[in-house]
Design a protein around this ligand. Structure first.
Ligand code: DGJ
Length: 360
């Protein structure tokens, strides 16, 4: 009886003790199980982080077990933290629904959700990549949801292919021929939009970056002042570069972009770019991974999703996907270091956030 009591006590205390250890040490272990405040592995894949009123909010895809987890059965999960180490489960920010007529019916694909705060409207605006149920990845749509409070509930607004009837700022006259380019083919109906992220610049202007043109070319599209729609000016970032998984950040007045190649859930070499202006032109800086040939070839087994400013530097956030058991996907967070003026990423089994608190 006494033994049983002690075992139950140990079970009850285990997750809490784990969380305390993490908080005391302030360390991050890429690829490990990351328990939330209930001791459950964090379920926020393809995610991004919004810092609001001194709290970090991590939004991501809620996955379920097995390969069914590659479709949306629950929605977008949100967690909160004051230290990026101890995460409180704040529940489902945006839920799928059972109405078969809804874009976000259970079984659709909801990927790479990102949330930004609009100070003018005081709304939290979520964008995500949506694939309509039963159509594989053919829909290639962007979707928007909105909330009055950061953790939600978010109310679904609409989905669309962005920038219908508008030419990119940097397309040549010759490329406006539908026989020549996908961007011209899709001019009337709107541009394909798959992997995506959002970015708010220092002046409050927000941008939507998405993999377009059959995943061959990323676009960057400015949003309206309320962040709810494309504003009408957009640019092709890396024409025919075959980039996806965009993660953008700003450092010393320049814009940096980290992407992956196109190999589905399988990892491939990361790529990095720099630009003086947000609409480009972008200059290739090569693979940001420093390490063994294997680590460079598969980006430590992960794929970029977001870059979070922290302290005096930045945290690279990626996903180590487990498509056969999606819920077991892991998180690849590593400090961004600098090799002269190139952002680089090295592997650490564990690393301390303090490394980013000293001047870079
Ligand atoms: C790679 C993308 O980066 C993921 O977000 C997801 O869309 C998979 N492809 C699907 O195969």
């Amino acid at each position: 009886m006494r033994l049983l009591f002690l075992s139950v006590l140990c079970l009850l205390l285990a997750p809490v003790a784990g969380a305390e250890t993490a908080m005391r040490s302030g360390t991050i272990s890429p690829g490990a199980l990351w328990p939330d405040d209930k001791g459950v592995h964090i379920n926020a894949h393809g995610g991004g982080i919004l810092q609001h009123d001194g709290v970090y909010y991590w939004f991501g895809e809620h996955k379920i077990a097995g390969d069914a987890g590659n479709r949306a059965h629950v929605g977008v999960h949100v967690y909160s933290s004051r230290n990026l180490i101890n995460w409180k489960d704040e529940g489902i920010a945006l839920s799928v629904v059972d109405d078969p007529m809804s874009d976000i019916v259970r079984g659709s694909v909801i990927e790479r959700p990102k949330v930004i705060y609009n100070a003018k409207t005081r709304k939290f605006v979520m964008w995500f990549h949506l694939e309509l149920k039963g159509l594989g990845y053919k829909s290639a749509r962007s979707a928007v949801a909105v909330a009055d409070t950061v953790t939600g509930p978010y109310h679904y607004v609409n989905s669309f292919r962005p920038n219908a009837g508008i030419w990119p700022l940097n397309l040549s006259e010759a490329d406006k021929d539908p026989a020549r380019t996908v961007v011209a083919r899709d001019f009337e109906t709107g541009q394909m939009a798959r992997d995506m992220t959002l970015f708010v610049d220092d002046d409050g202007a927000a941008y939507h970056l998405y993999a377009s043109e059959e995943n061959h070319t990323l676009h960057i599209s400015r949003l309206t002042d309320d962040y709810m729609r494309p504003a009408g000016d957009y640019a092709r970032m890396l024409p025919m570069g075959n980039d996806e998984a965009p993660a953008i950040f700003k450092h010393k007045g320049k814009y940096y972009l980290i992407t992956s190649g196109l190999t589905g859930w399988a990892p491939n070499p990361a790529k990095s770019y720099v630009a003086d202006h947000i609409f480009g032109p972008w200059t290739a800086l090569g693979n940001p991974v420093r390490g063994t040939l294997e680590q460079q070839a598969i980006t430590f087994g992960g794929q970029s999703t977001f870059v979070l400013p922290y302290g005096n530097g930045h945290i690279f956030m990626g996903d180590i996907w487990r498509p056969k058991d999606a819920i077991d996907g892991r998180y690849l967070w590593l400090p961004i270091e600098w090799d002269k003026d190139k952002p680089v990423i090295r592997w650490y089994d564990t690393w301390n956030l303090k490394t980013l608190e000293t001047p870079q």
